[in-house]
Design a protein around this ligand. Structure first.
Ligand code: KIV
Length: 275
């Protein structure tokens, strides 16, 4: 059954947790979809995980459309959310609607996601008016890394916590269909989740959110370097890939691959005529 904003909303009402994961290409999206996730996010984290940038700021609309369309081709039941990249919506409400439209039309997304608090309520309202579902993203918003002065837990003091709750409510009123909360204390995320009718999706926001999201390279140990506190490694796919590659290299060098069962046949009478 296809996951939609209606089925995902119902899950919140029935206290049924849902799961989102990132994907950036057809093959991985197909595996994620077949494994039964409810939502797939083509995150602008693709800047780091797929393109090797140090942050998300260089990611373009063309990058997002290219990866989103590939993922869409691999999905049957998951709800596809695609990130609006840095400066594709911050510049004006008009740009926000035009670029959200491109992610739907060319990237075949089911919804777009954008980062920021109440200041982006007008953008969300306008995109929703164009019949495009919007997922909001508050807390640590990586596109603002330079404004934050680094990747830090958000909403820790009273003023920041109150602003986070108020932002979440304003974005819901503006028409957001879901809210991602990133790097927010678990007890604060619980208050936000209980205050909203729409589902919350947590990443580093504790167990009380309606859904969880992780970057797939993190949960499958495919991405080296820094591992955030909130990441749990569920399988060591990186080791499986390295092992497979070493076996391929070894057998090729030894001459045991390709074996007879991997070869195409030709009649000996044809071969004899070639000498
Ligand atoms: O880009 C991304 O992968 C995200 C998740 C971390 C929520 O926005």
């Amino acid at each position: 059954m296809k996951n939609t904003i209606l089925t995902l909303q119902k899950c919140k009402e029935n206290h049924e947790k849902t799961v989102m994961v990132t994907a950036y290409d057809y093959t991985t999206a197909k595996i994620m979809d077949e494994s039964g996730v409810n939502m797939i996010l083509v995150g602008d984290s693709l800047g780091m995980t797929m393109l090797g940038y140090e942050d998300t700021l260089s990611v373009t609309m063309e990058d997002m459309i290219h990866h989103s369309a590939a993922v869409a081709r691999g999905i049957e039941s998951a709800f596809l959310v695609t990130d609006m990249p840095f400066m594709s919506y911050q510049t004006s409400v008009y740009d926000a609607v035009v670029n959200a439209g491109r992610l739907m039309k060319e990237g075949r997304a089911n919804a777009v996601k954008l980062e920021g608090g109440a200041e982006f309520a007008p953008h969300i309202e306008a995109i929703v008016k164009a019949s495009i579902p919007v997922v909001a993203h508050i807390g640590l918003t990586p596109q603002s890394v330079n404004a934050f002065g680094g990747f830090k837990v958000q909403g820790k003091d009273e003023a920041a916590a109150k602003k986070l709750i108020s932002d979440a409510k304003t974005l819901e009123e503006a028409g957001a269909c879901m809210v991602v909360m990133e790097c927010v204390p678990a007890k604060l995320a619980k208050i936000v989740t209980e205050s909203l009718k729409i589902p919350t999706i947590g990443i580093g926001a504790g167990p009380h959110c309606d859904a969880q999201v992780l970057v797939y390279q993190d949960l499958l140990a495919l991405y080296g370097g820094f591992k955030p506190k909130f990441v749990k490694v569920f399988a060591n796919a990186g080791d499986v890939m390295r092992e497979g590659m070493r076996a391929y290299i070894k057998e090729t060098k030894e001459g045991t691959f390709p074996a007879e069962e991997h070869c195409f046949k030709i009649e000996d009478s044809v071969i004899e005529k070639l000498y």
